[in-house]
Design a binder for this molecule. Structure first.
Ligand code: HEM
Length: 279
C-alpha cells in the first residue's frame, strides 16, 4: 500500500522540526499560542487590521484611528485614567468590605479597627479615599476635554449623555461612601446633604425619605447608602462604562476643531469589507 504524505501537524510535531527551532519559535508554533493569538504579524495593512479584530484590548479602539488622534495631547488619556481609577476603587473597596458591617455603631468600630488592627488596612483605606477624590477631578477634566473637542455634537450626542450619567454615578458613589465610616464628619455631612435634597420643589421630601429610609440619618440610612455604594452604583457604572467605550469605538475619536480634517476622518466608517475575517 502506498504510504501517505505526513500531514502539516505531524511535520510540525516531528522531533527534527522541533529541534531546529529556538524555544521562542517553538512557543509561537505551539497549539496554545495559536489558539490565543490568531492574527498574522502586524507588519502589513491586512496584518494590522486582523490584529485589531482579534486582540481584545486593541478591539476596544476604533478600527481606523488617525495617527494624530493617538497622540496623548488629543485626549490626555483622561477617560482611560478614569477607567483605571474605577478599577483601583473596585479592588480596594473589595478589600475594605471584608472588615466592614453596615450597622450602627459597629461601622465606626470597624473603620477604627481597619486603621489600626488590619494588615494594610490604613493603606488600602487611603488608596480608596484618594482614588475617589482623584476620580471626581479626572472625570470633570475629561468632560472639559471632550467639550473642548466638540464631542457633544453629532454623532456623539448619545455618548455625551452616557458621560453625564457617568458623572452623576461618580458623584453618587462619592456621596454614599462618605456616610460609611459613621463618624461625626460623615453624620453631619450626610445630614446637611440630605437636607439640601429636601428643599427640591415637590419631590424634595420624598427624595429625602427614600434616601434615608426614615426622618433622620440613622441605621436605615447607613444600610441604604451601603447598598447604593457597594452594589447598585458600581454595577450601573460597569454597564455605563462598557456602553461608553463601545460608543467611542463606533463613533471614533473627536479632536479639537482646529483640526476638522482629522475629526472627519476619525468618524469615517472603517473599511472592513476589504479584510477577510475568519470569525
Ligand atoms: C467614569 C467616568 C468616565 C469614564 C470612565 C470615561 C471613559 C472614557 C474613555 C476611555 C474615552 C475614550 C477617549 C478618552 O480617553 O478620552 C471616553 C470618551 C468620551 N467621553 Fe468619557 N468617560 C467618563 C465620563 C464622561 C463624562 C462625564 C462625559 C461628558 C459628559 C464623557 C463624554 C465622553 C465623550 C463624548 C467621549 C468621546 C470623545 C471623543 O470622541 O474624543 N465621558 N470616555
Amino acid at each position: 500500500m502506498a504510504s501517505r504524505a505526513p500531514r502539516g501537524g505531524r511535520i510540525r510535531n516531528s522531533a527534527l522540526f522541533q529541534a531546529v527551532l529556538t524555544p521562542r519559535e517553538r512557543f509561537r508554533k505551539s497549539e496554545l499560542y495559536g489558539s490565543a493569538i490568531r492574527h498574522p504579524r502586524p507588519d502589513t495593512p491586512r496584518g494590522r487590521a486582523m490584529t485589531s479584530f482579534h486582540n481584545f484590548f486593541l478591539h476596544v479602539y476604533p478600527v481606523k484611528v488617525p495617527r494624530k488622534v493617538l497622540s496623548w495631547r488629543s485626549t490626555l488619556r483622561l477617560g482611560f485614567i478614569a477607567t483605571v481609577l474605577y478599577l483601583v476603587l473596585f479592588v480596594s473597596g473589595l478589600y475594605l468590605m471584608f472588615f466592614y458591617h453596615p450597622a450602627v455603631p459597629q461601622a465606626y468600630f470597624d473603620m477604627h479597627n481597619l486603621s489600626t488592627g488590619v494588615a494594610f488596612g490604613q493603606f488600602v483605606r487611603n488608596i480608596h479615599r484618594w482614588s475617589a477624590h482623584l476620580m471626581v477631578a479626572v472625570v470633570i477634566l475629561h468632560l472639559l476635554r471632550v467639550f473642548y473637542a466638540g464631542a457633544y455634537k453629532a454623532p456623539r450626542q448619545f455618548n455625551w449623555l452616557i458621560g453625564v450619567a457617568l458623572l452623576l454615578a461618580t458623584l453618587g458613589l462619592s456621596f454614599t461612601g462618605y456616610l460609611l465610616p459613621w463618624d461625626q464628619l460623615a453624620f453631619w455631612a450626610i445630614t446637611v446633604g440630605t437636607n439640601i435634597a429636601g428643599y427640591v420643589p415637590i419631590l424634595g421630601d420624598h427624595a429625602r425619605q427614600i434616601l434615608l429610609g426614615g426622618p433622620d440619618v440613622g441605621g436605615n440610612a447607613l444600610l441604604r447608602f451601603y447598598v447604593l455604594h457597594i452594589y447598585l452604583l458600581p454595577a450601573l457604572m460597569v454597564l455605563l462604562i462598557c456602553v461608553h467605550i463601545w460608543r467611542v469605538r463606533k463613533d471614533g475619536f473627536a479632536v479639537a476643531d482646529r483640526d476638522e480634517e482629522v475629526a472627519a476622518d476619525a468618524t469615517a466608517e472603517p473599511e472592513t469589507e476589504e479584510v477577510p475575517v475568519d470569525a
